[in-house]
Design a protein around this ligand. Structure first.
Ligand SMILES: NC(=O)C1=CN([C@@H]2O[C@H](COP(=O)(O)OP(=O)(O)OC[C@H]3O[C@@H](n4cnc5c(N)ncnc54)[C@H](OP(=O)(O)O)[C@@H]3O)[C@@H](O)[C@H]2O)C=CC1
Ligand SMILES: Nc1nc2c(ncn2[C@@H]2O[C@H](COP(=O)(O)O)[C@@H](O)[C@H]2O)c(=O)[nH]1
Length: 325
């Protein structure tokens, strides 16, 4: 099996088929809606809040609200009152089942529900998917996180409409160090491995460090990528602003960090400071333009044309050119 990651892969250009990159369509479909770009901010407390989610929904982007210190029911009511789709996260504990029951009692369904736990290849996830499919059958269910083809097959068979792939590649993740497990350092080839067996969309989660990594993810099978650090640190980001030597930073911490949990128990995340980098809307526009350029280098006009390109692996035992035959 080839082992590689974002920083040692390059995609190979094909003859251009457009006169302008504006002809390239970066949009993607997920769960019956079309979104402007195949990237979604991570469902983390220092990355999204209700006002960012509202802005994303009303401007054609996908979002997933986090599930920490939040009344999910009120969030969905608010989003629907504003005419927006609702996309929430759930865990697998009793309060999460209670939340589902409250949705049923009120007769409202969030359009997207992401079951988001550290080790998503688990019966607890199977049971929650089953419960959601029985109680809220209209919801599009994303489940994770996982890092192997067996897990993707199981989650899909249990009823997930999409899977989220990535155990430990995140910038504030310390799972690899604390447990010795994960896809950190080889997330892109883990994605390729998982995508070979997937029959439903994959959301590649974690490890994206530059905009070009989005095209690489799509090339290796992702429908969408989930991104934390690149979206944290904007003026609107919910993390606390901190000044160090006259420079402004925003805090970005892991959902399994003591900062998020409020206690030091099973900690698998840390806190870092991201330099404040302007407005989120500007980053999203730049991201879309960069994906349009990726599509043009792929010799295509639409996002999935990126899947057709060859690639090279730089350095290491697997180095070489990989041609689609
Ligand atoms: N993508 C990644 O690499 C990781 C992401 N995270 C993120 O952190 C947040 C919190 O995650 P999590 O702690 O799972 O959420 P929760 O605290 O809601 O825990 C979910 C359930 O899974 C159990 N659980 C958690 N980890 C494991 C494990 N390794 N083996 C068996 N059972 C486990 C927990 O029990 P108990 O706590 O008693 O074990 C609990 O019952 C999520 O948003 C998650 O996505 C966290 C770690 C890795
Ligand atoms: N192992 C951990 N992973 C975490 C934690 N909190 C979030 N995450 C994952 O990271 C990505 C974002 O990655 P980035 O490289 O784009 O910054 C996020 O979507 C989660 O899957 C954590 O505490 N530990």
């Amino acid at each position: 099996m080839e082992i590689f990651d974002y920083d040692n892969i390059l995609l190979l250009p094909r003859k251009c088929r457009v006169e302008s990159r504006s002809e390239c369509d970066a949009s993607v479909e997920l769960g019956g809606r079309t979104f402007r770009i195949p990237a979604v901010p991570a469902n983390m407390k220092t990355v999204v809040d209700e006002s960012i989610c509202t802005w994303l929904a009303t401007n054609g982007y996908f979002y997933v609200m986090h599930r920490f210190d939040l009344d999910n029911l009120q969030f969905v009511r608010d989003m629907h009152a504003k005419g927006c789709y609702a996309s929430i996260s759930l865990g697998v504990k009793q309060p999460d089942y209670d939340t589902v029951d409250r949705f049923v009692a009120e007769g409202i369904t969030p359009e997207y529900i992401t079951i988001d736990i550290a080790h998503g290849h688990a019966d607890s996830v199977k049971n929650m998917i089953g419960y959601l499919k029985a109680k809220l059958p209209q919801a599009f269910v994303i489940a994770g996180n996982v890092g192997t083809p067996e897990a993707v097959i199981d989650l899909e068979n249990w009823g997930a409409d999409a899977t989220k792939v990535g155990i430990g590649p995140g910038k504030v993740c310390i799972t690899k160090l604390k447990t010795g497990f994960g896809t950190g350092g080889w997330q892109l080839s883990a994605l390729k491995w998982c995508a070979r067996v997937a029959t439903k969309p994959i959301i590649a989660d974690g490890g994206i460090r530059s905009h070009g990594d989005i095209a690489k993810s799509v090339r290796f099978g992702a429908t969408m990528v989930m991104i934390g650090s690149l979206f944290a640190g904007h003026e609107e980001s919910p993390g606390k602003t901190v000044e160090v030597d006259g420079e402004l930073y925003k805090e970005y911490y892991g959902s399994a960090s003591d900062f998020n949990k409020g206690e030091y128990k099973h900690v698998e995340g840390k806190r870092i400071l991201e330099p404040v980098k302007g407005k989120l809307a500007d980053t999203l526009v730049e991201m879309e333009q960069d994906i349009q350029s990726s599509i043009s280098y792929a010799g295509g006009k639409k996002l999935m044309d990126v899947r057709k390109v060859n690639y090279v692996i730089l350095g290491g035992d697997n180095a070489g050119e990989h041609l689609l035959m």
